[in-house]
Design a protein around this ligand. Sequence first.
Ligand SMILES: Nc1ncnc2c1ncn2[C@@H]1O[C@H](COP(=O)(O)OP(=O)(O)O)[C@@H](O)[C@H]1O
Ligand SMILES: [Mg+2]
Length: 425
Amino acid sequence: MNVLLLGSGGRECALARKLRQSQSLSNLYIAPGNGGTLEYGKNRAIAATDFTAIENFCLENAIDILICGPEQPAVAGIWDYFQKEELKHIQVVAPSQKSAMLEGSKAFAKEFMTKNNIPTAQYLEITQDNLAHAYQWFDEKSPPYVIKADGLAEGKGVVLPESKEEATKLIDEFILDRKFGASSAKVVLEEFLDGLEFSVFIYTNGQQYVMLPNAKDYKRRFEGNKGLNTGGMGCISPVPFVDKALMEQVESQVIKPTINGLQKDSMPYTGFIYFGLILCQGQAKVIEYNCRLGDPETEVILPRMDCDLLALFQAGFSNQLESFNPEISHQSASTVMLVSEGYPEAYEKGFPITGIENVHQANVFHAGTTIKDFQLVTNGGRVLAVTGLGENLKEALFNSYDAIERIRFKGMKFRSDIGFEFEGD
Ligand SMILES: Nc1ncnc2c1ncn2[C@@H]1O[C@H](COP(=O)(O)OP(=O)(O)O)[C@@H](O)[C@H]1O
Ligand SMILES: [Mg+2]
């Protein structure tokens, strides 16, 4: 089978590696890819949202399966675009545009959860027209407040102000100053939930689904969960506090109602669903949906799946997901992100990366790298994700951190405390 994978991050590098191991793979192309995906397939300089160029490429290269890594092409409607006659023979791993609204619009997701009785925080939708209701909300409730830009904002659209004054200032910036453009013309206010966050993943064809490994990511830049939010500084799988009973609760109260909701509202879905959850006094509640795998979550989930990834997709297309075994390993996985100095604020790019060839006990997934003058160089804020596996979390972490000592680039930074709160478990 010929496969085109869209995206350019650590997630796509991990997907490319897994696809390369598939029995039925012929050619693998990644658009646009990065310095690491080259190892598993051929990079093509096509933007993941340039649908015309993607269409032409698919037809010229006899692509059988198109896999959408990131959210932007999904929200822009790549699945719907491929429903036209000339492209119908190509199987697409992506949600329909309507389904992708679960990620593309926080208000849409809240409405979906409410009407399907899926546990989530109380909320209020705010636009310029009812801005006064937001001020009233801040008067009546105590901080911290939760303010979310409705649309995509690259992980920067959620703020948790600690005072009424700050909340008022922030919502004015979102709505009146359009801090995130059209994405913040509407916002969602939410009840603040206090608890432990974790993420659950499925692969679905909209009717049936397969449970994938769960994970917990570390969003803040610095040790002890301090500093600015990032795309993710590290991740572990499985999550030590998530037991069988909790997974059963999530399946019956969140996953099944979500699948039923997709069917009721005629929302076609072929792909991964990422449930961002929070455990509050024994009750799991949904913080958000993502219509794709996470990054860095993918870098710990896929290495724990011993199945053939193309076989999983085929099982979805042929309605056989219910009997598909993802062969989830009993091993633990951890990934630690190596980032550029200054990230998530301004940073420099183009520094040579050395030492990856000396890593033997870990997988090094490239996130922001490229090849310049035959040399691997940094090309983003998040540069490499170093994944270790082990019989327990401690061993996995040892393998991640041991590998990191062998890798060098100018200004290389990372968090030294990924997963440590659970090391004794
Ligand atoms: N209702 C809430 N109560 C407490 N914390 C929240 C709530 N909603 C979001 N958060 C925090 O903000 C983070 C980002 O929110 P999320 O909805 O996942 O947005 P995004 O990932 O699109 O930025 C969450 O991971 C969580 O830490
Ligand atoms: Mg999130």
